[in-house]
Design a protein around this ligand. Structure first.
Ligand code: CDV
Length: 311
């Protein structure tokens, strides 16, 4: 069975607060149709792909805030994405804000889902590493209130899909080596990852000039050190005077970038990804079974008085 999967990294240009979800969904559909025309099996959209990056706004009115969340997936507006996936035979990965009720309590998550060619939801992921702050910080040029508006996810999971093993992560997760390693320990061969990254980092403006370098650095290292494909997809450009990086790219298990976007607008980066390429890394230099030394990592951590990692 062929283990080659044609992937479209579907970068989005800016989405303004005033843009309707309907308008945004039309842009996602255009990406799906174009990707289909170019023979793609799966389309990967960014984090919070249905709205502007709303954690940059401090909101006190719950109704204003709730408008950014999806209470069902598919819902009346998003159903067309699922219908189109089925019609074209193209899967997709979508980031969105989720408001759900579990055991009589409401939960808000920064979520991504993986949807198969038959339009069934294969897997759902809740963002683990939530950056930013919880309270309004007026000194900032813009807020980053993910810690206020979302509850942190509790685990990284993988799913069998598209003849391989797939994992998902979201934005800030990509800066943490644990993300890739925990997914790779479960066998991940492709990690789908959407992001919204402002060029300007208010607490550390000295990093601003390095934002694109750091973006590539973490994803290329994560791919190579874990023998996995990484698909990093930006929502880019100027959203309400907040400039966000682009840099959407597809990275092979060698750590090499094999496709990339060159604009900050709606653009596809497409690559034919052979999942069997993972094997030469996973079975040699990064053969976890043979060469990892978890007992040594546990010792080092224990001496510092921290919890011994369980992976
Ligand atoms: N959406 C994000 O998680 N953004 C962060 C910013 C705050 C640095 C990121 O890591 O790109």
């Amino acid at each position: 069975m062929s283990r080659i999967i044609n992937v479209a990294a579907a970068q989005l240009g800016p989405i303004q607060k005033s843009d309707s979800k309907r308008d945004v969904i039309d842009r996602l559909l255009a990406h799906m149709y174009n990707a289909h025309r170019m023979g793609c099996d799966v389309v990967v959209f960014p984090e919070l792909a249905l709205t502007t990056f709303f954690p940059r706004w401090y909101m006190e009115d719950p109704e204003e805030l709730n408008a950014f969340y999806e209470t069902e997936m598919p819902g009346p507006l998003t159903q067309v994405l699922f219908d189109t996936a089925k019609k074209l035979g193209v899967g997709f990965c979508l980031g969105y804000a989720e408001l759900s009720k579990e055991e009589d309590r409401y939960h808000r998550y920064n979520t991504s889902i993986l949807v198969g060619k038959d339009s069934r939801i294969i897997g759902k992921y809740h963002k683990v590493h939530l950056p930013g702050h919880q309270e309004h910080e007026p000194w900032r040029e813009f807020q980053h209130l993910e810690k206020r508006y979302f509850e942190a996810g509790k685990k990284f999971s993988v799913w069998p899909a598209f003849n391989g093993i797939f994992g998902m992560a979201l934005c800030n997760d990509r800066r943490w080596s644990e993300t890739y390693r925990v997914l790779a320990l479960q066998g991940a061969e492709m990690i789908l990852l959407g992001y919204n990254t402002p060029v300007h980092n208010p607490p550390a403006p000295e990093h601003d000039d390095l934002s694109m370098f750091h973006n590539r650095l973490v994803m290329q290292a994560g791919a190579y050190q874990n023998g996995t494909w990484v698909v990093g997809v930006a929502k880019a450009g100027n959203e309400e005077n907040c400039e966000m990086i682009g840099g959407t790219c597809i990275i092979a298990p060698s750590g090499e970038v094999v496709a990339a976007c060159s604009t900050k607008g709606d653009e596809l980066a497409i690559a034919s990804c052979d999942l069997d390429l993972c094997t030469s890394y996973k079975s040699t230099i990064f053969n976890f079974e043979k060469h990892r030394r978890p007992e040594a990592y546990g010792l080092i951590t224990a001496q510092k008085g921290a919890i011994i990692p369980q992976f």
